[in-house]
Design a protein around this ligand. Structure first.
Ligand code: URA
Length: 441
């Protein structure tokens, strides 16, 4: 390629190591050279570490994002149909919002081309939750995905082999070289996939707290600002909502349990915090897509889509179209269930004052609901039901939580760890607001 011969991996690594700003052309050379193997894994690992230590300017981050997006195919949804808006969550414990939000938005007139990920470590993944639905297929080619979005208003699939392959390769490398923790690299990783979805707008749910990827408000703000800036620079208006993730979202953690809870929201029920998170993000998406001008109008539209059954009907149609048993949407008891239950009882009377999301996630992980390595299998049936949450009264001996386990031994083994995740005290403490702030350009 004309004008690119002067770049070498070594010169780019050295320039970044010394704190320099790379030319856009240099980044445009680097990414395909890495995908093709011309730049080796060890060179890319050194480069990623230099970025972790030295950072990137917004211009460099935007160039990296676009080069990664352009390493693969792009969805083509066309202009006919509703505005195309997606939501991305940075991941939390009990976060099943995508499963109720996508059909709800489709029922309100948006097109939602949602390409999701799997769980790794303590955070769950939408794909694993969806795969709890018997027969549901998440591995579909981009062309079929696009047709589903245009027919049903949404589709929920996993990252295809040809979508942002540079991110797939680089993320696997970062995972084993201590280079995940970098705002520019996370920005490019998340956005390269989202910008391949042919969007008109993007809404980000940046989770903050001990159950989240971003533990502090400062880090969450920095990530949100970076993604909002780069997404918007790339031509997709992007906004972010920062939401608290110290306590699990909803009352379930574990794949089939969470999918059932998301269906409860579509049926007009569901726990308050999950409903609030869904409606806040939904209002943001409907405003971003230009479907409504005000929050009040968005709330009215969403409540009507739920009450009329249109949102649940959207989900049924999509589950069927993606090969799943659509009856689970209205009859979640048809989802796979764990054979063993163990209940965790309060050791004293009082109020639940705190519930540690990370500790709950680790229990679910050890029960088999999650994975610590990307190639590990998970058990869709297992997890935890949180009968009591912060702010609620509990009597000594009353059930705080229920463990759903594959066998009685693992259920009993996790009971003490789950009990330790709860703090029960004499006084009622008000729950902290779920939504922290909104960030937009
Ligand atoms: N999620 C991603 O997709 N990429 C990152 O780098 C971190 C979280």
């Amino acid at each position: 390629m004309k004008g690119t011969q002067r770049f070498t991996a070594l010169s780019l690594i050295a320039q970044k190591r010394d704190g320099g700003e790379l030319a856009v052309e240099a980044i445009r050379w680097l990414v395909p050279a890495y995908v093709s193997g011309e730049v080796t894994d060890y060179q890319m690992a050194a480069f990623a570490m230099a970025v972790v230590l030295r950072g990137m300017t917004p211009r460099e981050t935007a160039a990296l994002t676009l080069a990664m997006r352009d390493s693969g195919k792009l969805a083509r949804l066309g202009k006919r149909g509703g505005p195309k808006v997606d939501k991305h969550s940075t991941g939390g414990v009990g976060d099943k919002v995508s499963i109720c939000l996508a059909p709800l938005m489709a029922a309100c007139g948006l097109r939602v081309p949602m390409i999701s990920g799997r769980g790794l470590g303590h955070t769950g993944g939408t794909l694993d939750k969806l795969e709890a639905i018997p027969g549901f297929r998440v591995n579909l080619p981009l062309a079929r995905f696009s047709r589903l979005v245009n027919t049903h208003g949404f589709s929920l699939i996993g990252q295809t082999a040809d979508l942002a392959p540079a991110d797939r390769k680089l993320y696997a490398l970062r995972d084993v070289t201590g280079t995940v923790e970098s705002i520019p690299l996370i920005t490019a990783s998340i956005l390269s996939k989202k910008l391949a979805e042919d969007l008109d707008a993007l809404v980000l749910d940046v989770k903050v707290g001990r159950g989240a990827f971003m533990k502090t408000l400062d880090d969450a703000r920095a990530l949100a600002r970076s993604i909002v800036r780069v997404g918007t620079l790339a031509g997709v208006p992007t906004s972010a909502v920062l939401t608290r993730m110290d306590v699990p979202l909803g009352r379930t953690v574990g794949n089939a349990l969470e999918t059932a809870e998301a269906f409860e929201v579509l049926a007009g029920g569901g726990p308050d915090d999950l409903v609030e998170c869904t409606l806040v993000l939904g209002a943001e998406m409907l405003r971003a897509g230009g479907v409504v001008k005000s929050d009040a109008a968005a709330q009215g539209l969403m409540r009507d889509a739920i009450a009329s059954g249109r949102a649940a009907a959207k989900m049924e149609a999509l589950v069927k179209a993606q090969g799943g048993d659509a009856r689970v949407v209205r009859e979640p008891d048809r989802l796979p269930r764990a054979p063993q239950r163990a209940s965790v009882q309060a050791a004293r009377s009082g109020f639940v004052q705190d519930l540690d999301a990370l500790a709950v996630a680790q229990v679910a992980l050890r029960l088999g609901a999650g994975r610590t390595r990307a190639d590990q299998a998970i058990d869709p049936r297992v997890g935890v039901v949180l009968v009591k949450k912060p702010g609620e009264r509990v009597e000594r001996g009353e059930t705080l939580a229920e463990i759903h386990a594959a066998d009685s031994r693992s259920g009993r083994r996790e009971a003490a760890a789950l009990l330790a995740a709860f703090r029960v005290g004499a006084h009622k403490q008000n729950a902290r607001a779920l939504v922290i702030e909104r960030i937009a350009r």
